[in-house]
Design a protein around this ligand. Structure first.
Ligand code: CO
Length: 595
C-alpha cells in the first residue's frame, strides 16, 4: 500500500495562489478531508507563516490550532527550514527549540526538516527537538542534479538521517525536475541499503514528468508521495491527489482511499479555485520542461527576470542563465532552493552587470565562509580568493553556523514584554522570527488584503485589473471598466509580487515617464553613483570624514543582498545626498568625495 501526503493547504496554494488561501476557506472542508486517511496533511510552515501575518492579518498559530481541532484524526505536518525555521536566515538553537515546542503544542504532529545545503549539522537540533517533544521527525534532502549529487551520496545521507532518529525520510524536488529513472534509483538505493523507515517523494508537476517519476518511485518501494487536490494541482503545484488514487486502484499499491469521497471534496475546491481567481497565473499552470535543461527552478527564473529588469539589464537574460550555471558550479553546486538560490542568482546578475566577481554581496561572502553550512562540492581556491581576498583561509568557519549565534529568546521576550504585547507565549516567536512584520502584526497594524467574504474580487478591483492587464495588455482602462461596471479608482502602480514564497515590492512606471531623483539631475564633481537599484541600508560616514580608497561609505540593499559602496579614492566626504531607508536607482549619486 502507498500513502499520500496531501499538500492542498500548504505547498499547492503557495505554488498556485501566492500562499493566500485563508483559514476560513479551509475549515468548511476539513472534516471531510480528515476522513480520507492521508498519511499526513501539510498545512503549515514554508511561506504559510510569513504571508498570513504580512497580508492576511491572520495568526498562523491560530490557523494551526483550528485545523488540528477540525482534523483530529489526520497527522498535521509543517515544512521546517532547519535553522532558518520559516524565514531566510539562521536562528540560534533556543529559538528553533521553542518554535518546535510551540508548534507541537498547537497541533503540529509531523515536522519535515530540510536544509538548503543538505548539511546534516544544521538539521540536528530541529530533529532532536522534534523527537524530544514527542513528534514525528521527517528527515528531508533537497533534490538537485550535479556531479557531486550522486545516487550513492543521497543514499549515504538518508542512512545518516535514519541513524539520527528520523521517523521517515523525504526527497524534496522543489523544482519539479526529477526524472523517472533518478526517482527509481534513489529510492531503490535506499531500500537496498537496508533503510527501514518510510520514504516519501515530494515533487511538483513543473517538468510534466512527475506522474511517471511517482510511478517509478512507487515501483522502487516509495511508501508515500506528495499530492494536492486536483483543482489546486498540476503546473508548479503537486500532481493531483485523485489521479494518483485512481492510478493505483486495484494494484498492489492501492491507497485504499475513497475516490467517490475525494471527487466530492474536489467540488468544494473547484469553488475555492474560482473564488481566488485574481491570483491565477496562467504560466504557473503550464508544464515547463525547460527546467530539465537549465535546472533552474521556475520560481528562481521569475526572480531572475524581475531582477534583470530592475537592474536595467533586461536584455541579458540568456547571458545570466549561463552565468547562473557557472556560478553554481564555482560555488560547489548548492541546490537552488531558498536561500542559496538567491545567493547564486544575485551573484550571476552582478557578474553580468559589473564583470565576474567585481561586486560581491555580503551573502556570497557568508556562503563562502561556510555560514550557511558546508557547500556540497569544493569551491576552488581562485574563486575563494576573488570572493574573500588573499586571507580567505582564515575566514572560513569549520563549526556548525548556529554555534556562532547567541541565545535570543529571553532578549526578544523582554523587549516584547516591555512593549506590553505578549498575549500568548507564541507571540515571542512571531516577533523573534519576523521582528518588523511580526511586530506590526502583534501591534494590530497589519492590513487584511482581503477576507473570504470579499471574494471573488470584482474586475474593477486593483488586483483583478492587474491580472486582466497582464493577459490583455491592449485593453484600455475604460474597456476594463466596461467589463466590470462603475467605480474604478486610480491605476495602482505599486504591487507586492510573491515568487516562490519570497515577497518583492514592485513599482510600475509608465513608459516615457522618468522618475526624477534630485541627485541624478545634477552633475556632481567627485560624485559616487549607486550602480544598483536598491535601498540605503546604512551610511557609515558623515560630511567632513576622511576616508581612504576602498573604505565602505554606504551599505546598499539590492535584490535582498547587502552591498558595500566604497570610496573610489582617498579624500574627504564633501556631501551625502541620500538618507537611510531611501530608495535609489543605479544612477543616483550617493555621496561626493573631494581631494
Ligand atoms: Co514543494
Amino acid at each position: 500500500m502507498v500513502q499520500l501526503h496531501d499538500q492542498t493547504f500548504r505547498d499547492a496554494h503557495q505554488s498556485l495562489l501566492a500562499t493566500r488561501m485563508r483559514t476560513e476557506d479551509m475549515l468548511p472542508i476539513a472534516e471531510k478531508m480528515d476522513k480520507i486517511g492521508f498519511f499526513s496533511m501539510e498545512v503549515w510552515g514554508g511561506a504559510t507563516f510569513d504571508v498570513p501575518i504580512r497580508y492576511l492579518n491572520e495568526d498562523p498559530w491560530e490557523r494551526l490550532n483550528k485545523l488540528k481541532e477540525a482534523m483530529p484524526n489526520t497527522p498535521m505536518q509543517m515544512l521546517e527550514r532547519a535553522m532558518n525555521i520559516v524565514a531566510y536566515w539562521n536562528f540560534p538553537d533556543d529559538i528553533v527549540m521553542k518554535f518546535i515546542e510551540f508548534a507541537k503544542k498547537n497541533g503540529c504532529d509531523y515536522f519535515r526538516i530540510f536544509d538548503a545545503l543538505n548539511d546534516l549539522r544544521n538539521m540536528k537540533v530541529p530533529i532532536e527537538t522534534t523527537k524530544k517533544v514527542g513528534a514525528h521527525a521527517q528527515g528531508c534532502l533537497c533534490y538537485t542534479i550535479s556531479p557531486v549529487h550522486t545516487v550513492d551520496r543521497y543514499v549515504e545521507k538518508f542512512k545518516e538521517l535514519e541513524k539520527m532518529g528520523c521517523d521517515s525520510l523525504c526527497i524534496k524536488d522543489m523544482a519539479g525536475m526529477i526524472s523517472p529513472k533518478r526517482a527509481y534509483n534513489i529510492i531503490k538505493g535506499c531500500k537496498d541499503a537496508g533503510i527501514k523507515i518510510p520514504i516519501d517523494l515530494h515533487s511538483h508537476y513543473t517538468s510534466g514528468m512527475t506522474g511517471m517519476a511517482y510511478m517509478r518511485a512507487i515501483e522502487a518501494g516509495a511508501d508515500i508521495v506528495d499530492t494536492s487536490m486536483s483543482p489546486i494541482s498540476g503546473g508548479t503545484a503537486q500532481p493531483a491527489t485523485e489521479s494518483i488514487v485512481a492510478a493505483l486502484k486495484g494494484t498492489e499499491w492501492d491507497t485504499g482511499y475513497d475516490l467517490i469521497e475525494l471527487v466530492e471534496i474536489r467540488r468544494y475546491f473547484v469553488k475555492i479555485w474560482s473564488k481566488y481567481r485574481h491570483l491565477h497565473r496562467f504560466n504557473a499552470l503550464k508544464v515547463d520542461p525547460s527546467v530539465t535543461v537549465h535546472q533552474i527552478p521556475g520560481g528562481m527564473l521569475s526572480n531572475l527576470i524581475f531582477q534583470l529588469e530592475q537592474q536595467g539589464i533586461g536584455d541579458k537574460y540568456f547571458e545570466v542563465l549561463d552565468e547562473t550555471a557557472r556560478v553554481r558550479e564555482e560555488l560547489g553546486y548548492p541546490p537552488l532552493v531558498t536561500p542559496t538560490s538567491q545567493v547564486v542568482g544575485v551573484q550571476a546578475v552582478m557578474n553580468v552587470k559589473f564583470g565576474r566577481y567585481k561586486k560581491i554581496p555580503k551573502e556570497t561572502k557568508d556562503y563562502c565562509k561556510g555560514l550557511y553550512g558546508t557547500p556540497p562540492g569544493e569551491i576552488k581556491p581562485e574563486i575563494m580568493e576573488l570572493v574573500l581576498g588573499k586571507d580567505w583561509k582564515d575566514q572560513i568557519i569549520t563549526c556548525r553556523p548556529a554555534d556562532l549565534l547567541e541565545p535570543l529568546y529571553k532578549k526578544r521576550r523582554d523587549e516584547l514584554e516591555d512593549m506590553g504585547l505578549i498575549k500568548k507565549e507564541e507571540d515571542v516567536i512571531t516577533y523573534a522570527i519576523y521582528p518588523e512584520v511580526g511586530l506590526k502584526f502583534l501591534k494590530g497594524e497589519a492590513k487584511t488584503e482581503f477576507t473570504s467574504k470579499d471574494l471573488p474580487l470584482p474586475v474593477t478591483h486593483p488586483f483583478s485589473r492587474a491580472l486582466i492587464k497582464s493577459i490583455f495588455p491592449e485593453l484600455t482602462d475604460e474597456e476594463i471598466e466596461g467589463i466590470g461596471g462603475k467605480g474604478v479608482g486610480a491605476i495602482p502602480t505599486e504591487f507586492d509580487v510573491e515568487v516562490d514564497g519570497e515577497i518583492y515590492d514592485v513599482k510600475l512606471t509608465p513608459k516615457g515617464y522618468e522618475v526624477a531623483k534630485p541627485a541624478e539631475k545634477k552633475k556632481i564633481e567627485g560624485g559616487v553613483a549607486a550602480g544598483l537599484q536598491g535601498t540605503i541600508l546604512k551610511i557609515k560616514a558623515k560630511n567632513g570624514d576622511k576616508v581612504k580608497e576602498g573604505d565602505v561609505v554606504v551599505l546598499l540593499e539590492a535584490m535582498k543582498m547587502e552591498n558595500e559602496i566604497v570610496s573610489p579614492k582617498s579624500g574627504v566626504i564633501k556631501d551625502i545626498f541620500v538618507k537611510e531607508g531611501e530608495e535609489v536607482s543605479p544612477d543616483s549619486i550617493l555621496f561626493a568625495i573631494g581631494g
